[in-house]
Design a protein around this ligand. Structure first.
Ligand code: APR
Length: 233
């Protein structure tokens, strides 16, 4: 195995599936019984804020009840022991990467355990309900929404992600279907800058043909194996 100096990892809902958190596009996926346009767009929030707040209150409770699995813990170990550059970009809104021990984590689609005040723009760690319209701890306004990037909104810290992709010599995608841009385009960007590209997923994704290598299986098995390889190299 080659020795890498700069790794960018992209994770999706599949890495948290074995922790009991539903993915989005599987047969029993979240989008099967929650129309995206109702619960994951600014327009849906304007139309029915109570429906949206209830949806994310449930997600927040599920995240708090979940535990990191062997894949999260393996990436936590990689973060501790890998002395090269590492950026773990996640599309997930759960905090299982952090609870698995990873620190160099970037949540490009926001976080379930964070609330965003639309009056003063402050963000607050949040574990309770937003449905009852709690006042913002900073400005007192009743204007808080889930700190989640909805469809039609710009993902967070894209400049930081692009510069990490430009400098990476290895790009690894774990547990994502490659259905949603801009994340689905990261493999091409990394490859265009000369990085080797590896996909770890339960099934082939929409972007599998872009990767140098695809390994199929459960994240809780594939990720610890891959981390062993990298740290042994
Ligand atoms: N191990 C590895 N991969 C898995 C596992 C597992 N145990 N279980 C499922 N997968 C794979 C599936 O095969 C699928 O390719 O994870 C992927 C999950 O795909 P999606 O449900 O589409 O989730 P994701 O790719 O994260 O969605 C991207 O879309 O809905 C929006 O903002 C939301 O961040 C999300 C984005």
């Amino acid at each position: 195995m080659a020795v890498y100096r700069s790794i960018v990892i992209l994770t999706g809902a599949g890495i948290s599936a074995e922790s009991g958190l539903r993915t989005f596009r599987a047969e029993d996926g979240l989008w099967e019984d929650h129309p995206v346009e109702q619960v994951a767009t600014p327009e849906g929030f304007a139309r029915d804020p109570d429906l949206v707040q209830r949806f994310y209150d449930e997600r927040r409770a599920q995240v708090l009840a979940a535990e990191p699995n062997a894949a999260h813990q393996a990436l936590g170990r990689l973060d501790r022991e890998f002395d090269g550059d590492l950026l773990l970009v996640t599309q997930n809104i759960d905090d299982l990467h952090e609870r698995g021990g990873a620190e160099r984590v970037l949540h490009m689609h926001g976080e379930a355990l964070s609330a965003w005040c639309r009056a003063c723009d402050a963000r607050h760690p949040w574990q309770g309900s937003l449905r009852d319209g709690p006042a913002c701890p900073s400005c007192g306004a009743v204007a808080m929404r889930p700190d989640i990037v909805w469809f039609g909104e710009m993902p967070y810290q894209m400049e930081r992600i692009f510069s990490a992709l430009a400098g990476a010599d290895l790009f690894v995608s774990i547990g994502t279907s490659g259905a949603v841009y801009p994340a689905a385009g990261f493999v091409q960007q990394a490859a265009d800058h000369g990085a080797r590209t590896l996909e770890l997923n339960l099934e082939r994704s929409a972007g599998s043909h872009w990767f140098d290598e695809t390994r199929l299986g459960a994240a809780s098995e594939l990720v610890p194996q891959w981390v062993d390889e990298v740290l042994r190299a």
